[in-house]
Each structure stands twice: as C-alpha cells, then as structure tokens.
Design a binder for this molecule. Structure first.
Ligand SMILES: [Zn+2]
Length: 83
C-alpha cells in the first residue's frame, strides 16, 4: 500500500502540476486492462450487451493532462475527490 500524498496547494487539497502549473486537466492511465462484456443474441440476430467487467491488472497512474508529468503519488487523493 502506497502512502497517499495530500497536495498542499491553495486552496488546500488542490493538485497542481509542479512542472507546468496546470491544476485543471488530469489523465488517469490504467495498464493491462481486461474488459469482459456479456452479450445476448436476439431473435433477429442482433446482440445486446448485458454487463461488462473491467479488471485492471497493471498499474494505474495519474498524469498531468497538459505536460504528462507523473502525479501518481497524488492518485489516492484523486480517487477520494471524484464526485
Ligand atoms: Zn504539467
């Protein structure tokens, strides 16, 4: 379990990219994602998706959306702040 880094920006708790100053655009990247989707074939031969499961086997990283700097230490904080 990685330690969650809490940003100390102004106002407190806002993540700011230290490389370019961006505090609005962020990208989450998941590696080795397995997506399984269940389909039902209808009488007319068409398919309807029923449910899908996403399994993440690799690392999940948080990147600056402007310059791509790795902000993964803030990822735990990021997850808590998604509403
Ligand atoms: Zn940046």
């Amino acid at each position: 379990m990685k330690k969650v880094k809490i940003p100390t920006g102004e106002p407190a708790g806002r993540i700011t990219c230290q490389a370019c100053g961006n505090s609005t655009d962020f990208v989450e990247v998941a590696e080795n994602v397995l997506v399984t989707t269940h389909y039902v074939q209808n009488a007319d031969g068409s398919f309807t998706p029923q449910e899908n499961e996403t399994e993440i086997h690799g690392e999940v990283r948080l990147l600056c959306g402007k310059c791509g700097t790795d902000l993964t230490p803030f990822h735990g904080h990021f997850l808590e702040m998604i509403f």
